[in-house]
Design a protein around this ligand. Structure first.
Ligand SMILES: [Zn+2]
Length: 405
């Protein structure tokens, strides 16, 4: 078997395509594989599929998978054929998609890599610019997204994450049943929900089928949901409820620390669950709790609210929460009373947890993946890149990258 035949077979080329020449440049660490079609061959018209004669050709080159440690490139004359019905059309080659400078196998490799490592690292590994790698990722993510079917989606979770040092935000919408990212967009206003609805409809989603939504108590999300998904029951995420209470406890602490210096640098101790504290921190917490401190009182309120989530049924939970709110409002600790007020205003959604069982823990997990991706991919440059990364990490997308050759 001669080497041209060997490479024709290794590349999986089918007639009329075959390898005509190989050129190896040791100094440039580069293998060039020249492919050509049999003289006089017909090609199927890309529009109607009828055999058509070659009209003219244009030479193109594609980066292929490395040949051992050497970069490999395919070069071929790509024909335009002339169909009696459709006129002159460019023939599609089986090893690359139109407009790409990479073969499908190379693209498949890159897509596998960008899922697990920062784009900048992938770019360095395959010796391409990160701009080209991002362009490739956008293409395949967009193409895969276009095929997503949202007709069965009934439960969603909505959360926001900071992009670029908190200057901008992106909002992520998850399918809480399939546990995947449905939609990512810049912003976090009620208009964000309008954008999601439009995308949802475009993917066969039925807004009337959305029964449950999990979110934080953000007024703009609540407003957007009332307008665009009026049938949905809202569950205010447990994580965010406790985050709000933790903030209130810390506000009490900071206010009190002016007179009680022993409270300085104790934020973490009050914030974390006692089970996550080290032995010396537990001892310190006990000491502070025994002292006559408003912060300790606020902390007790927080612990009591944690018990709320342990209630056996919605009825008991409702009574428990109402009692807690009354107790905290009368405490005279204004940051805590304010938080209680907020819970009072969002009572139905806080209690809904006992029916829906929804919590955005999944989204928080994605958030931490995203934060990790952000810090690893220093300079992801644009919000669009960040959203593409989110889809890559959490979209469970189906990339159609099996080359036809
Ligand atoms: Zn045709």
């Amino acid at each position: 078997m001669d080497t041209n035949t060997l490479f024709t077979m290794a590349l999986g080329l089918q007639a009329p395509w075959e390898v005509k020449n190989l050129q190896f440049n040791e100094e440039a660490k580069r293998l060039d594989i020249a492919i050509d079609f049999t003289r006089g061959a017909d090609f199927p018209c890309p529009v109607c599929g009828q055999p058509a004669k070659v009209h003219d050709t244009e030479e193109k080159t594609w980066r292929h998978l490395d040949f051992f440690q050497h970069s490999a490139y395919l070069t071929a004359r790509v024909p335009r054929c002339k169909c009696d019905v459709d006129g002159v059309k460019q023939v599609q080659v089986p090893w690359a998609r139109p407009g790409s400078g990479f073969t499908l196998l190379f693209e498949a490799l890159v897509m596998a890599l960008v899922k697990v490592m920062p784009v900048a690292v992938v770019a360095r590994l395959v010796k391409e610019t990160d701009t080209r790698i991002w362009r490739l990722a956008h293409h395949h993510v967009d193409e895969a997204l276009a095929k997503v079917d949202m007709s069965e989606v009934t439960r969603i979770g909505i959360d926001e994450t900071a992009a670029k040092r908190g200057q901008n935000y992106i909002t992520l919408v998850m399918d809480m049943v399939a546990k995947k990212l449905l939609f990512g967009v810049e912003g976090r206003s009620h208009a964000t929900l309008a954008a999601f609805k439009a995308d949802f409809l475009a993917h066969k989603g039925d807004p009337a089928k959305i029964e449950e939504v999990c979110l934080d108590m953000s007024p703009s999300f609540i407003k957007g949901l009332r307008v665009h998904f009026p049938k949905a029951h809202l569950t205010f995420d447990r994580f965010h409820v406790m985050q709000m209470i933790n903030k209130a406890v810390d506000e009490v602490r900071r206010g009190e620390a002016k007179d009680r210096p022993e409270l300085k640098k104790t934020r973490y101790i009050w914030l974390k669950n006692a089970s996550n504290l080290k032995a010396n921190q537990v001892a310190r917490l006990q000491e502070l709790r025994d002292a006559n401190l408003l912060t300790a009182e606020a902390y007790r309120m927080k612990l009591t609210l944690q018990d709320f989530y342990e209630q056996a049924n919605p009825m008991a939970a409702g009574m428990f929460l109402k009692e807690w709110i009354t107790m905290v409002r009368e405490s005279g600790l204004s940051p805590m009373a304010k938080a209680a007020e907020t819970l009072q205003e969002h009572l139905a959604g806080v209690l809904r947890w006992f029916k829906s069982g929804l919590a955005n823990g999944l989204l928080e997990g994605i958030n931490s993946l995203l934060q990790a991706a952000k810090s690893k991919a220093r300079g992801y440059r644009s919000i669009r890149n960040l959203i593409t990364m989110a889809y890559l990490i959490a979209g469970k997308l189906d990339f159609n990258l099996a080359p036809a050759m």
